[in-house]
Ligand binder design. Structure first.
Ligand code: SF4
Ligand code: SF4
Length: 248
């Protein structure tokens, strides 16, 4: 199997796991807020913390390789979702993230801090409708959004987890320690644009391949551009920098 096949299998497995009861607890922003207002650190808040730490080493690889929403968004590409059109509204996800964070922080302040950890918080009060909305409320908006605004649109516009990992990615760049990154071998690029067409995040990968850095907040380190490049001008690296590596 190719690397990209493994990636797609990983996304499908993640999506399949999401169908099991209780799994939605692990990513629910609603439960993390509800827990904070009762002084409870719930599983989704813990998972967000883990993802923030992971992003310090792997950037946004979670989005490209393990997010339950990834398989759904890849399916929309197969069904004809176009490249993203409006980039000026990418800030929307930061507003959503800010509202979520403010709600959690206010809850913690109001309750005087976390008093207990409860990974199963939200289970006892569950009912079928609530469970359905918690699990699929966001997922179901992703499909129409992909066709209206462009492929992986929810990742660009509404995902509250994306800013968390973008902040982690920026932090790792600033700190400068080794981390997973996309690397360009600049003088191999023949400007064929295959990478840009393959990029699920609609990034201008070709231009970046000849620039001094491949770093981009919206890059989910999926590797689709690497798999598509006919000149082997792109590759993953676990290194300190994101240089254009010259072969001569
Ligand atoms: S630039 Fe490459 S690794 Fe990044 S999102 Fe686009 S295709 Fe994936
Ligand atoms: S696919 Fe490879 S050769 Fe073509 S533009 Fe992208 S980096 Fe350059």
């Amino acid at each position: 199997m190719t690397v990209q096949t493994w990636r797609k299998v990983s996304l499908i497995v993640s999506f399949a796991l999401f169908q099991f009861p209780l799994f939605h607890l692990f990513l629910s922003p609603v439960l993390s807020i509800a827990g904070a207002w009762q002084g409870v650190a719930v599983s989704s808040l813990i998972i967000y913390g883990v993802l923030a730490i992971v992003s310090l080493f792997l950037g946004r690889a979670f989005c490209g390789w393990a997010c339950p929403a990834g398989a759904l968004q890849e399916s929309c590409i197969v069904l004809g979702a176009r490249p993203i059109g409006n980039r000026r509204l990418f800030w929307l996800k930061y507003v959503i993230f800010g509202i979520w964070l403010a709600a959690v922080v206010l809850g913690v302040i109001q309750t005087g801090g976390f008093h207990r950890v409860d990974p199963m918080f939200g289970v006892s009060a569950d009912n079928p409708l609530r469970s359905f909305l918690l699990r699929y409320g966001v997922l179901l908006t992703m499909v129409p959004l992909s066709f209206l605004a462009g492929k992986w649109a929810s990742c660009h516009y509404i995902c509250w987890i994306a800013p968390l990992m973008i902040l982690g990615s920026r932090a790792k760049e600033r700190i400068g320690w080794p981390s997973l990154r996309l690397e360009a071998v600049g003088d191999r690029c023949i400007s064929c644009q295959e990478c840009a067409q393959a990029c699920p995040m609609s990034l201008d990968v070709s231009s970046r391949a000849s620039a001094s850095s491949m770093t981009d907040d919206e890059c989910i380190l999926c590797g689709s551009c690497i798999a598509t490049c006919p000149s082997e001008a792109l590759r993953f690296a676990y290194s300190r920098r994101s240089p254009v590596v010259r072969t001569s």
